[in-house]
Ligand binder design. Structure first.
Ligand SMILES: [Zn+2]
Length: 375
């Protein structure tokens, strides 16, 4: 009996080995990483957002939802792009729920869509002169108008029960209260500004809107998402002409198209949708380890301090940064094995870093690669 089992196990082992061998020879299926866009239609349900001039039954929440859904439909058609929403109907997820679901879905980009309202003066409910489109990223603003927009968009928090508990003493009416929120998004600020500027350019060129620019202010919902995040104000519903435009089929269509163009451009520059590199086991070579030496691939040098995240480096991980004078150098990989760093260099070239090269370090100091290799 025992012998029978031994034979059986041996046979199973052989068939398993054969099967795994077959897998190595065949090219494994190439996986592509999805780029996830979270679209957040502002307000919803009991929170109508700005009612505009009052000439329409629809309010900010309706315009935001229409544009959001149309935008999602267009983006979904881009290969490897996945679209998720904080709401698809006339419901009100709290700002906290929106941030939680966005982080949970591991979105690569968060875009919150709103319409603007001009505050009134001298007892008037609203002003009627301001118009144009603007896009916000999280930041500090001393500008009163920007603070007003943030206050208005944050104020939905006050509609929620137990808001003090949920938002940790956050007071949407106090600028000081916003300051503490800023730091967490800082890591993504460069990318947020980048996508915001693409959006504003499209609004100006494609939709022919007045460009009110990329602005910074303290939006609660932007402060709690851990990816590049922007809040778009399509236009002013308190401005008659713009309200007509944003409520029209044509207006919504061109605003959607503008957002689509901008996001598509951003994705094409940031998505790691290239096929994953398949390592051919037969090509593996003997390591050439140089003790006490560290090899890296220098990718680029810049006066700008860029976060060492893979999405800033065409999907390459293991990025390090070094400051020399006023210049930052960016490296890929870190190893004592010269064969490994050569492979990493090839990988970087395939990703588009055609000018990258290998550098060598000894005790933290840069040394000549030629000298090292002579050893
Ligand atoms: Zn809003």
């Amino acid at each position: 009996m025992q012998k029978y089992f031994s034979v059986l196990i041996l046979l199973l082992t052989i068939s398993f080995l054969t099967a795994s061998n077959g897998n190595v020879e065949k090219d494994p299926p190439k996986k592509k990483k999805q780029f996830v866009v979270m679209i957040d239609p502002g307000h919803g349900g009991g929170d109508t957002g700005t009612p505009g001039t009052g000439r329409y039954k629809t309010t900010e929440k309706d315009v935001a939802l229409d544009v959001s859904l149309a935008l999602g439909k267009m983006l979904e058609k881009i290969p490897n792009v996945k679209v998720v929403y904080t709401r698809t109907r006339d419901t009100y997820p709290t700002l906290q729920q929106r941030a939680i679901v966005t982080n949970k879905k591991k979105a690569d980009l968060f875009i919150s869509i709103h319409c603007n309202a001009q505050p009134g003066r001298n007892g008037k409910k609203f002003g009627t002169t301001a118009y144009g489109s603007e896009t916000f990223v999280l930041g500090l603003s001393k500008n009163k108008a920007n603070l007003e927009v943030a206050k208005r968009e944050n104020s939905v928090i006050l509609l929620e029960d137990n808001y003090e508990e949920t938002y940790g003493g956050f007071d949407p009416n106090s600028p000081e209260s916003l300051i503490s929120l800023i730091l967490m998004q800082e890591e993504y600020l460069d990318q947020s500004i980048e996508i915001a500027s693409y959006i504003q350019k499209e609004f100006k060129v494609t939709a022919k809107r007045k460009d009110r620019g990329v602005k910074q202010a303290g939006f609660w919902v932007l402060s709690k998402t851990y990816m590049p995040s922007v809040l778009v104000e399509l236009g002013f519903l308190t401005h008659k002409k713009e309200e007509d435009f944003l409520n029209s089929k044509k207006g919504k269509k061109i605003m959607t198209q503008s957002l689509y163009n901008a996001i598509k451009k951003y994705i094409s520059l940031h998505a790691d949708t290239s096929s994953e590199i398949v390592i051919n086991h037969e090509e593996q070579v003997t390591p050439r380890v140089y003790n006490g030496v560290t090899f890296k691939v220098q990718l680029s040098a810049s006066s700008k301090k860029i976060p060492t995240k893979s999405y800033n480096f065409k999907g390459l991980k293991e990025i390090s940064r070094e400051k020399a004078g006023s210049i930052y150098r960016y490296f890929y990989g870190k190893t004592s094995d010269y064969e490994e760093i050569k492979r990493k260099k090839q990988e970087a070239i395939r990703k588009g870093y055609s000018d990258c090269y290998v550098v060598a370090y000894k005790k933290g100091k840069k040394v000549s690669l030629t000298e090292v290799l002579k050893q």
